[in-house]
Design a protein around this ligand. Structure first.
Ligand SMILES: [Zn+2]
Length: 86
């Protein structure tokens, strides 16, 4: 299950992960209260923070997350395929 978090700036609910929210080590869930698009103004800063926190650049993390998501989708589709009566 994916936890959602509401951005305090745009009020949109997004996935509570480092892809949607910039990491914020001092907050309770480790994520900032503004979503990434609202925080874009600080992107250079938060990229630095992201790197410090995760040990990899945002681009790399994003690529990995996308790959993981696709793998999940592919797995889900395979499972569905197996469940089909034909
Ligand atoms: Zn926002």
């Amino acid at each position: 299950m994916v936890t959602k978090k509401q951005c305090t700036k745009c009020k949109k609910r997004k996935n509570a992960d480092v892809i949607e929210f910039p990491p914020h080590p001092k907050s309770s869930d480790g994520l900032g209260s503004w979503c990434r698009s609202c925080s874009n103004i600080n992107s250079a800063l938060w990229r630095q923070a992201f790197r410090a926190r995760t040990g990899k650049s945002y681009e790399v993390a994003l690529r990995e997350a996308k790959r993981a998501k696709w793998a999940e989708i592919a797995l889900g589709a395979a499972e569905e395929e197996k469940g089909r009566p034909w």
